[in-house]
Ligand binder design. Sequence first.
Ligand code: IMP
Length: 192
Amino acid sequence: MPICFATHNQHKVAEISKLLGGEVEVISLDDLGVTRAIPETGATLEENALIKANFVYQNYHIPCFADDTGLEVAALHGAPGVYSARFAGEPADNEKNIDKLLGLLAGETNRQARFRTVVALVQKGGQHLFEGTVAGEITTARRGSRGFGYDPVFLPKNFDRTFAEMSMEEKNAISHRAQAVGKLIAFLKHNK
Ligand code: IMP
């Protein structure tokens, strides 16, 4: 039976299909005919991932997983966290989000932050959560042009380049999302 990845991002679907090595067929929300975004009304990454995975499981009766990611900044008491995408308001705008973050941290010496991804899997046997985190700090200015989102201002711990200065392979070797997805894949392969 195929498994759904509750996303409209075909890049993410292709990436995980490749990691699963064709052992499990992965379909997207588009394949199911879900054209609109599923409202992410949860107060935590866990809630949002479960909302999306449960939506598909309950409406389409197939196993489904979903991911949600947030940037948690220590000096901002964990913000923007679950609100990372719309930190600077609607519509979501990566550049405005970074400007707001750098502004709030101006003059701040504690620049510790982490990315956290939660993947929720909902299937006949119940619900499972998988987490991936990567610790680092927020730079004082943008560096690099690769990646997306907050990558230009995130310097992972023990590295001297931001995520936006790394190749996709380098970032995927350590990233929050790669870790969470890796745990999901190990689970799926083990429980086929
Ligand atoms: P989503 O849960 O993947 O939709 O991500 C939520 C927010 O976090 C969006 O603003 C993304 O741009 C940002 N984000 C997610 N993953 C990353 C990443 O790997 N690097 C930088 N920003 C990210």
